[in-house]
Design a protein around this ligand. Structure first.
Ligand SMILES: Cc1cc2nc3c(=O)[nH]c(=O)nc-3n(C[C@H](O)[C@H](O)[C@H](O)COP(=O)(O)OP(=O)(O)OC[C@H]3O[C@@H](n4cnc5c(N)ncnc54)[C@H](O)[C@@H]3O)c2cc1C
Length: 538
């Protein structure tokens, strides 16, 4: 490819929150020629694909949005604390229109491969439409939760009814009226979908592999005075969430749960339970993620709530987690989840205890030696998180290296934004950055701003190639693994630990640094201020 002409300054893959802002930033701040490729038919990413009943964000809407457009923060009115998928998609469409993003986006186009050419220092990017274009920079804005995990159940092809994965739900919706429906999985998605499906279905059978600790969402209209106060204080809010631990306005109680009196603990727990949302998870006693005894006190509170809500004690015990620490799996927020199991039409099958789902049959699902007849199966089985969408890009870096090989034992990145040997590649909210352990728009904007500044710096200083140094990368990997090893996160078989995909190397995927999102931002800024320390620039 020596002497190859350059089609674009940058190719961005994906048109969710990340790709949209990346385009805006590179094009409108730096004047770059950018092409965005998106597999879906429009912008939105997560909010384009996930159309299952009850799909909505769990971050509070006033912070689950872009902050780069201050005017829009004032103008946009969310209808609820946690808006539903169509409303978030409408918001993202509005942003695309407002900033004229679609003219540089090509939809219905999947990137199928990209190679870095060491002579021209350009990426050649190929798509499923047969295109092949070159660009100086390649930005993977492919999302962390975009690669569907569809377990290979024996016999699925023989099923005579209809089946759907929650992340590929039909746009026209699914009518569950008078149907016998099976839901496989009880993660955050299923917790949103199950109460909604149960309202329609004749019978709902939930196949649970791992019980979850749910906390009430307490969705609803937000008090107009609070909305007004937040709008007046948006600068302050943005500053606080950027500096915070999880990109949210939740703060740890600066005390051990073990030091608090039982009455005090109960008061603090009640406060978070009554407020709903992520506060119980992300704003609890500071040792909750570190000390099993402290963690057990939080877990015990939630277990009591389950026992109080679920009328059948046998069902309640099945719904109570017993093999991992609270908070080490993604916190589902629920609206009538536990109450749904009090309905006569809803049955809980503990698929794990009975040896798991054995097979899908013509008529339904066989688990624990019993066949459950179904008209519709909904797979809420999640994603091949974080590394999945990146590996699927079939990238070839220096010397033809691949992520499959480089990441054979788990991800190796520098700051979660770059991979040694893959020059001029940037991964927005990539593995080993705070990503899924934060309110993601905060982390997305931080990465996009950092990449934009980095490219601006390169152009100003006449550099054309940036590559992470292997040594800096290994230090980062060691730091990520060391910090998480001090927490309880590594003890769970969670998707954070890559444990939901058979054969996926066990590794903690995001970064849970000692100072969270704020500390990570400081670290990235220091790297830049020190002349992109840990990178080679040529
Ligand atoms: C159901 C659900 C609820 C969530 N709720 C929250 C929440 O409450 N708070 C929160 O912070 N986060 C939440 N998330 C995480 C959510 O993914 C992020 O908040 C955010 O939407 C990510 O934006 P993104 O642009 O990085 O990725 P995505 O929105 O996933 O977009 C990536 C895009 O890249 C495209 N793409 C991938 N590979 C290719 C390819 N090879 N070629 C072309 N296009 C490609 C995909 O089609 C997709 O449209 C949720 C995720 C899910 C699934």
């Amino acid at each position: 490819m020596a002497g190859a002409t350059q089609d674009f300054d940058a190719v961005v893959i994906g048109a969710g929150f990340s790709g949209m802002y990346m385009l805006k930033s590179l094009r409108d701040k730096l004047g770059l020629k950018v092409r965005v490729y998106e597999a879906g038919e429009t912008v939105g990413g997560t909010w384009y694909w996930n159309r299952y009943p009850g799909a909505r964000c769990d971050s509070d809407s006033y912070i689950y949005c872009f902050t780069f457009d201050k005017q829009l923060l004032q103008e946009w009115e969310w209808t609820e604390r946690y808006p539903e998928q169509p409303e978030i998609l409408r918001y993202l469409e509005h942003v695309a229109e407002r900033h004229d993003l679609k003219r540089d986006m090509q939809f219905n186009t999947r990137v199928t491969g990209a190679e870095f050419d060491e002579k021209s220092n350009l990426w050649r990017v190929r798509t499923d439409k047969g295109e092949s274009v070159t660009a100086r920079y390649l930005v993977a804005a492919v999302g962390s939760l975009s690669h569907t995990n569809m377990p290979q159940f024996k016999g699925l092809q023989s099923f005579k009814g209809k089946w759907y994965h929650t992340s590929r739900f039909p746009h026209a919706g699914v009518d569950f009226t008078n149907k016998r429906v099976g839901v496989v999985g009880t993660g955050a998605t299923a917790v949103q979908a199950i109460p909604e499906i149960a309202q329609q279905a004749k019978q709902l059978i939930v196949f649970q592999r791992t019980a979850n600790y749910c906390v009430p969402a307490r969705n609803g209209k937000v008090d107009p005075d609070l909305v007004k106060a937040r709008k007046a204080d948006y600068d302050g809010i943005v500053e606080r969430i950027r500096d915070s631990f999880f990109g949210q306005e939740h703060y740890f109680i600066p005390k051990s749960a073990l030091e608090a009196t039982p009455e005090e603990r109960e008061r603090e727990f009640d406060k978070r339970w009554d407020a709903g949302g992520f506060g119980f998870w992300l704003g609890n006693y500071e040792d909750m993620f570190f000390n099993k005894e402290a963690n057990d006190l939080c877990a015990d509170y939630l277990k009591r709530k389950i026992r109080r809500t679920v009328k059948d004690p046998v069902v309640a015990e099945k719904l109570i987690p017993n093999d991992y620490a609270y908070g080490t799996k993604r916190q589902p927020l629920d609206t009538n989840y536990y109450e749904t199991f009090n309905k006569d039409s809803v049955l809980l099958v503990d698929a794990k205890a009975d040896g798991g789902i054995e097979e899908i049959t013509e008529k339904g699902i066989r688990a624990g030696g019993k066949e459950y007849e179904l008209d519709i199966i909904v797979f809420a089985t999640g994603f091949d998180a974080m590394t999945g969408p990146l590996k699927a890009l079939n990238l070839r870096g220096r010397g033809g290296r691949t992520l499959d090989k480089e990441w054979a034992h788990g991800p190796h990145t520098y700051l979660g934004i770059s991979v040694a040997g893959f020059p001029n590649l940037f991964t927005i909210t990539g593995p080993q950055s705070p990503s899924v352990l934060s309110n993601m728009p905060v982390s997305i904007e931080q990465h996009v701003d950092w990449v934009t500044d980095c490219i601006a710096h390169m152009r100003k200083s006449g550099k054309t190639v940036i590559d992470a140094l292997p040594q800096a990368q290994e230090q980062w990997v060691a730091h990520v693994n060391e910090t998480v090893s001090e927490t309880l996160m590594t003890s769970a078989n969670s998707w954070y630990m890559s444990a939901n995909i058979p054969g996926k190397p066990r590794a903690f995927l995001p970064y849970l640094g000692p100072e969270g999102v704020g500390g990570y931002r400081k670290k990235c800024d220091e790297v830049a201020a020190n002349g992109y320390e840990g990178f080679e620039l040529k």
